[in-house]
Write a protein that binds this ligand. Structure first.
Ligand code: HAM
Length: 468
């Protein structure tokens, strides 16, 4: 039997179990920290969590994501179950949420739904740096709001999350794909432009030219990028109401301080988009540079047999965000270590530590007890490897004399304490540690505010150059 992993998947592990620092992006503590930040921000915006099944009927994605998209044509994990039904592992989150909205009759219960998800996605792609066959997305989907304010809010939400996590060097690109009608007119203009250049295009793009010519625009193949340099802009083909919508989104983004650029060649690879589309890219990850993207998909619910309801959302790749963060800074979160590690020597001490641990945990002190009975040196080195804060070795003699030594594993210092006061002492020490952490947080914040102020002052100074 082979115990090797399938291609393009990975384990998330507790940080101490990672064999190599380069693999820190797989530290489960870092993922939990990012997930906590996401949940906090979702609370601030009133977005509620939704969890859909890992597999759906294949036709949902065929109809929802689109027959000509790369996902449907070549990337789905599709299988037949024992009842001969065709099922597919979720390649993306939007279509399943529209399906859930129909199944759960969301729209008859509430005119607006603001939902978010944290979930694995499955795509049969060629694995490479930043591209996996099972990846994880944080995404939001808002149903029922056509206003441009919603577009701007969703884009600025994503930017606020990146800022909260401490990500820098990002570019926010936006575009409008207009309505299906204006896209049809643009489609023809694009075909007229590309047809004479057909021989210069990559093989994939020659096929796209007839099936979905807009996809040629965001092809990564160098020959395609060269060919589309002079392509007409979709923005010149927008209907007046779509143009007005796009102008308003831009104005609102500026108002909120989102630094964006318009990229009229941004089309995104899924067929359901209309009007606003956006993507956040980084220079820090090589070819797989998209940290997140999304857009409006006002017609999707109707395509799936539901009411005609506007919708907008985005998906953000957790792996890429964490990898980009680790490229930018080493210290990205505070690992919460076990606070106290009790090592009992002897039967009475084991029984004492067993019940004391329960009491300590009741008071919120994270505590582990060693029950392995291994040699003290080995147990100490295991506690050290785990990164625990304090270790107490308690033998029967210590119990009799009501005294024990508490070792601070960071400094190596030892203090003698009363066993009867174990709980009190540990609560006191944890309080001190917490207060040091809060002081550090306050001083970091202060420093960031100072730097921000300096930067603003510099950019306002009359000597600062705005010439380019
Ligand atoms: P998407 O652009 O296909 O959009 O995926 C969203 C994000 O997921 C990408 O920007 C990237 O960060 C990450 N991602 C995608 N594929 C992979 C992969 N193979 N390995 C690692 N990361 C990956 C969607 O899926 C849409 N459902 C987003 C959306 C929601 N639009 C509207 N609402």
């Amino acid at each position: 039997m082979s115990t090797s992993m399938p291609k393009g998947v990975f384990d998330l592990l507790p940080e101490p179990l990672l064999l190599d620092q380069k693999e820190r992006w797989r530290s489960v503590e870092i993922w939990q920290w990012v997930e906590r930040s996401i949940r906090e921000l979702c609370d601030a915006y009133g977005y509620e969590e939704i969890r859909t099944p890992v597999f759906e009927k294949t036709e949902l994605f065929q109809r929802g994501v689109g027959e000509t998209s790369d996902i449907v044509t070549k990337e789905m994990y599709t299988f037949q179950d024992n009842g001969k039904r065709s099922l597919t592992l979720r390649p993306e989150g939007t279509a399943p949420i529209m399906r859930a909205a129909l199944t759960g009759k969301f729209t008859s219960q509430s005119p607006v739904s603001k939902l978010f998800y944290l979930a694995p996605m499955f795509r049969y792609e060629r694995p490479q740096a930043g591209r996996f066959r099972q990846h994880h997305q944080f995404g939001v989907e808002i149903l029922g709001v056509p206003a441009p304010e919603q577009d701007a809010e969703v884009i600025s939400f994503l930017c606020q999350l990146y800022a909260k996590l401490g990500l820098k060097n990002l570019r926010v690109q936006i575009n409008s794909l207009g309505s299906p009608k204006s896209r049809q007119a643009y489609r023809q203009a694009l075909i007229d432009y590309l047809e004479p250049l057909k021989d210069q295009l990559s093989e994939d793009s020659r096929t796209r030219l007839t099936k979905n010519p807009l996809r040629v625009l965001d092809s990564k193949a160098p020959e395609d990028q060269e060919a589309v340099k002079g392509a007409p802009s979709i923005l010149d083909h927008l209907e007046p109401d779509c143009l007005a919508h796009f102008e308003k989104v831009k104005q609102l983004l500026t108002q909120m301080g989102v630094d964006y650029e318009v990229n009229h060649r941004l089309v995104r690879g899924l067929d359901y988009y209309n009007r606003t589309v956006f993507e956040v890219v980084t220079e820090d990850l090589g070819a797989q540079n998209s940290l997140g993207g999304g857009g409006r998909y006002d017609g999707l619910l109707k395509t799936l047999g539901g009411p005609d309801l506007p919708a907008i959302g985005f998906g953000m790749g957790m792996e890429r965000v964490i990898q980009a963060l680790l490229r930018q800074k080493e210290e990205i979160y505070v690992r919460k270590n076990t606070f106290l590690y009790l090592i009992p020597l002897g039967e009475a001490a084991t029984s004492f530590c067993f019940s004391s641990a329960k009491q300590l945990r009741d008071y919120g002190i994270s505590t582990q007890v060693d029950y392995t009975g291994r040699k003290l040196k080995k147990v100490m080195s295991h506690a050290n490897w785990q990164g625990v804060e304090y270790v107490a070795v308690i033998g029967d003699a210590e119990l009799e004399q009501d005294q024990f030594k508490l070792r601070n594993m960071n400094t190596g210092e030892e203090v003698e304490l009363l066993i009867s006061e174990l709980l009190f002492e540990m609560l006191y020490l944890e309080g001190q540690q917490r207060s040091r952490e809060l002081q550090q947080l306050a001083s970091d914040l202060n420093e960031a505010i100072d730097q921000d102020w300096l930067q603003k002052k510099e950019s306002q100074s009359p000597n600062s150059s705005n010439e380019d």
